[in-house]
Design a protein around this ligand. Structure first.
Ligand code: HEC
Length: 111
């Protein structure tokens, strides 16, 4: 009888212990989609970096279709397009930033 009490007491402790164990924290929060404004691009990037971005754009962005002129769209549309196209162009994170800086700096702006 005593043994039964000890055993059931033990299982209650075990069950309680499992119930109280901390839940596995979600460790992957999706990154917010990148958004660069024309104003910030012109402020944060040097003309040398923007020229580098232009060279990368010319080298990597005209392989599947014609090169789209930066002035064709405003910053909002370009950011959405670039979030899809930079991975397609197999650009590194740094190259992607420079391409985005060049295009957005020469875009129609906030229109
Ligand atoms: C691997 C091929 C490939 C590469 C490299 C590529 N694109 Fe594209 N691009 C596409 C395809 C396919 C479409 C049409 C489907 C779509 O819009 O997703 C497209 C569409 C576009 C459009 C039109 C989107 C619209 O909404 O009107 C723009 C602008 C563009 N690409 C820019 C770029 C830029 C800038 C780069 C370089 C960072 C790039 N692309 C690299 C395949 C590519």
């Amino acid at each position: 009888m005593n043994k039964l009490i000890v055993v059931s007491g033990f299982s209650i402790l075990v069950a309680f212990g499992i119930a109280c164990s901390p839940k596995k924290a979600a460790n992957t929060t999706p990154a917010a989609p990148a958004m660069l404004t024309k104003e910030v691009a012109l402020k944060q990037y040097s003309s040398a970096q923007i020229a580098e971005g232009e060279a990368l754009n010319n080298a990597k962005c005209g392989t599947c279709h014609k090169l789209y002129p930066a002035g064709q769209f405003g910053e909002q549309r370009w950011n959405q397009v670039l979030n899809r196209m930079i991975p397609k162009a197999k650009a590194t994170e740094q190259e992607g930033k420079l391409i985005r800086a060049y295009i957005v700096a020469n875009s129609k702006g906030a229109s």
